[in-house]
Design a protein. Structure first.
Length: 232
């Protein structure tokens, strides 16, 4: 939801919201125009999806769709956000690159364990999804005021994502070489046009958006056939 703000708000404390003066939400007309013209969504043909509180709950949504056979891995992801969610800030990508990548791919998606160990959060969930080998292509549509927050160590010389560390390289004989994931960054959202999705989700992201932005969730609802989080 914080994509639809005039600026990137500083992260609020747990349980709090950013101050209303940090950014203004886009108008209803601007949000609807983006949903219809850039994302290709239609009220006449709603798409299965969900609206939830935090970014990382997308992993739970995807895991449920994978389990019920409605989503095959790997799949393409279009990430519309002010932040890349690729572990730019602390604690950084080390845990994923050195601990998750050493596991067999089929055993990597232990969401409860990562949360219990305070390793998985809103700012790194896409890095975990990449490590699970769930994503075949990632498109990052940035807010005009987004900062540069893609860790350079995740990218190869072509600018695509290739996860690797010295420790994970020791396990390549068992796990195979980590896949290269094409990565597209779109700085000007007006250049982004998509025509179809299997699923659409939105995170409220309360620590990243002032309370006045919450109305944006209601603007998305007519375009969705909502699936309760975790439902199968």
């Amino acid at each position: 939801m914080d994509f639809f703000l005039t600026d990137a708000c500083p992260l609020a404390k747990l349980g709090e919201r950013p101050d209303e003066c940090c950014a203004q939400p886009y108008s209803d007309e601007e949000v609807v125009r983006f949903l219809e013209e850039q994302c290709g969504l239609s009220r006449a043909h709603p798409v299965p999806g969900a609206i939830f509180e935090t970014h990382d709950q997308a992993l739970d949504f995807w895991a449920a769709r994978i389990a019920e056979g409605r989503l095959e891995t790997p799949f393409e992801v279009v990430h519309v956000d002010t932040h890349s969610d690729l572990a730019f800030g602390p604690p950084g990508p080390d845990f994923v690159l050195k601990a998750v990548l050493t596991r067999r791919p089929a055993a990597r998606a232990s969401l409860d364990a990562y949360r219990a160990g305070v390793k998985l959060d809103e700012a790194n969930y896409l890095l975990f999804a990449l490590a699970f080998r769930w994503i075949s292509r990632l498109t990052y549509v940035r807010n005009p005021r987004s900062r540069q927050d893609v860790p350079a160590r995740l990218l190869n010389v072509s600018g695509d994502i290739h996860l690797r560390s010295d420790v994970s390289a020791l396990m390549e004989g068992v796990n195979g070489i980590e896949p290269v994931v094409p990565f597209d960054v779109i700085d000007d959202y007006r250049a982004f046009h998509e025509t179809g999705y299997d699923f659409v989700t939105m995170a409220q992201s309360p620590r990243y958006a002032p309370e006045s932005a919450d109305r944006i969730m209601q603007l998305l609802r007519p375009y969705l056939c909502e699936i309760p989080l975790g439902a199968q």
